[in-house]
Design a protein around this ligand. Structure first.
Ligand code: UFG
Length: 323
């Protein structure tokens, strides 16, 4: 398949590009390199530097490459920042993304696969979370993702553009050559590893009084290559809709810190701090629908293996992509 990957220079986009190339697909990466890295673009992929705010840039890229499918990773991802700068999130994650949807519809793209998020659910009542759980986002980031899911539904109904929204839980891990290099880093596993490497003095645990067995928040960490597999299955599938992607297992913040200590063999200071505003106590996916409808078969159900893959990548790229 010819596949255009918007945001293919970012963490999940670069890992998915590698996964698709390994399976013989032809890829064009379209990325503005605002947060992504040129070095993260697989050399086997065609690369177009462009921003989704520029309709002609994305439309020309799609017209020239003639992809059958498009994957959209090119969004802003920081929950905390979205609470300070909502306009930045709605402008890029909704308005600019609409240029991509429009360019797909105008150029005969069959299917778009969209990186959505568990943040569309807000504070869920029922955990593990099914796709039928009400979507009530509690921050502009989650709201912007949900809004674009709705935009896609109308492009499907009116223009016949097939879509799959993949609601990721906590993406983690790395391939041997592509990994997580965010500036600033806000995610738990890379931050704990920075503490292990001595690049930060300590790791802070945000809240120890949650209604969970050890009092810290529980998340469902899903390997980035399992996410990649779901994108390919979604492109091959003709239906439209939203799917949760997670392992169905929850790990507390404290247990993740212990896992990093055991995988790295390194010790480091841990500080018990106040809650971070907006954190739900438990987010665990029910991914039955992705398994039955898409045929998704996640390969990594062991948190040690997920953390080990991230650690291996960090040891090969101690300073990230350095571009
Ligand atoms: N945490 C700490 N200390 C840190 C960083 C994080 O204790 O230094 C905690 C958080 O409070 C949270 C857990 O570790 O309880 C995981 O936090 P992350 O920031 O790694 O991930 P989130 O669960 O907040 O966010 C992820 C994705 C978002 C998505 C969200 C869905 O990164 O894009 O899941 O709710 F929106």
């Amino acid at each position: 398949m010819k596949i255009l990957v918007a945001g293919g220079a970012g963490y999940i986009g670069s890992c998915t590009t590698e996964y698709l190339l390994e399976r013989g697909h032809e890829i064009c990466v379209f990325d503005a390199l605002l947060n992504g890295h040129r070095q993260a673009v697989d050399p086997r992929a065609k690369f177009v530097k462009g921003n989704l705010e520029d309709y002609s840039a994305i439309s020309n890229a799609i017209h020239d490459f003639q992809p059958e499918g498009v994957i959209h990773f090119a969004a802003f991802i920081e929950v905390g920042e979205s609470m300070k700068l909502p306009g930045k999130y709605f402008r890029n994650n909704v308005a600019n993304a609409m240029n991509l949807a429009e360019a797909c519809a105008q150029n005969g793209v069959r299917k778009i696969v969209f990186s959505s998020t568990a943040a569309t659910y807000g504070m869920p009542k029922n955990v593990p979370i099914k796709e039928t759980e009400p979507t009530i986002p509690i921050n502009p980031y989650g709201e912007s993702k949900l809004m674009f899911e709705k935009v896609l539904r109308w492009y499907h109904d009116i223009h016949g553009l097939q879509y799959t929204a993949l609601r990721y839980f906590n993406a983690a891990g790395a391939t041997p050559v592509h990994g997580e290099d965010h500036h600033p880093e806000t995610h738990l596993i890379p931050l704990v590893m920075q503490a292990a490497e001595g690049k930060r003095p300590k790791i802070s645990v945000f809240g120890t009084d949650y209604d969970t067995p050890d009092g810290t928040c529980i998340r469902d960490y899903i390997h980035v290559l399992d996410l990649a597999q779901a994108h390919l299955l979604a492109l091959e599938n003709q239906d439209s809709g939203a799917f949760n992607l997670g392992t169905g297992q929850g790990h507390s913040v404290k247990s993740i810190i212990d896992t990093v200590k055991s995988v790295t063999g390194l010790d480091f200071p841990v500080e018990y701090a106040e809650r971070r505003p907006g954190d739900p106590a438990r987010l665990i996916a029910d991914s039955t629908a992705a398994k039955t409808v898409l045929g998704w078969k996640p390969q990594y159900d062991d948190i040690n293996a997920i953390v080990e893959s991230a650690w291996k990548w960090r040891r090969l790229y101690p300073n990230g992509y350095e571009d």
